[in-house]
Design a protein around this ligand. Sequence first.
Ligand code: ZN
Ligand code: ZN
Length: 414
Amino acid sequence: MIIDSTQYNGMCACGRKHKMETVLSVVGCGCLREFDRYASQLEIHGCRTAVYDENTYRATADRHPTADHEIVLSPVNLHADEHGVDLLLEKLPEDTDILIAMGSGTVHDIVRYCAYQKGLTFISCPTAASVDGFCSSVAAMTWHGCKKTLTAVAPKMVIADIDVIKNAPIRLARSGFGDMIGKYVALTDWKIASHLTGEFYCNRIADMTADATRQVLESANGIAAAEDEAYTKLMYGLLLSGLAMQMMGNSRPASGAEHHISHLIEMHPESLGVHSDALHGEKVGVGTLLAIREYQAICQDTSVTFRDYVPYSADQIVSVFDKAMAADIIAENEKDAADGITAERLRDCLDEIRREILAMPDADSLGDVYQALGVKSTLEDIGVSPEILPALLDNSPMVRNRLTFMRLRKCIVK
Ligand SMILES: [Zn+2]
Ligand SMILES: [Zn+2]
């Protein structure tokens, strides 16, 4: 399967001109062996450095792309943070023109960020279907302990070899599945925000993401049965979601309240007493069910009444986040995305909000699909006490200043 992203370039009905950085994505069995052919097709010439970790080096042993330099990082204590970036920059040969990420998650984010810093051409070769970030132009990094989405560079080309991806631990595919199902919430948050504030919204980007999500949902049984076709669909969905982020220029179509729940758990502030070793998509998958359940419960409450929105205060933020993080979170929320939303505005838009929220699949039926594929579905599954659910719902919107329905729960009169 080939995605030629040049089809998304140009003027769109949304009024913007979209410009894709990724030109070509290839998903299929054995496509890593064709690396040179695709690279010359795109006229990507120059000195290549391929970056692996020890696991991905082994997993692709029979199909390493030809490269002038190979760097193999130890996966022990390797994280997508300032230390990981320094480690790679120290080892990076001066003459590198093209950086190839041979991996998913950590290696991928580190390489992407370094490629951006050094102004190098970036090529992505995912080795697992674990996240939707491969095609995005941002890197999910932990910077001085704080979870951040940093500007980085999108790959010019993606080569996703299903032979390799299918052999990765199934937990990674389950995680990618969870990351994708989260789009139901992310797209709903985006649409609601556009109704309420007139925030920019592009139907084409939203449709692309919705299509990617459906494909992934349909692939659940096939992934459990290790079918090539299902893995291809999952990977295609993950790449398409990243391309949608690229068209948007940020993660709006792909990340809403469900990601904020996941990010808050990842930041594990002391006040919450949480710590989870779960993967990104596992936490997002759980956050998705929590958000859908909460949103739909609010919509089904016919007696719900609203008050005007009041932004998060510095005191509130300091009471949740450790000192080192609080300053960043206060800065993040300075121009609160929901500031100015009144009870009246919410009442006026309530029918549209309800329609969007009730159009999402319900949490129980999604939960059944999770179970069939073995995807983690509860806070307990990811090692988090269910007792902190209210704190997660109340505080997670602070991690990202983005208008979500979760942020607007503050307007509900209880
Ligand atoms: Zn558009
Ligand atoms: Zn994600």
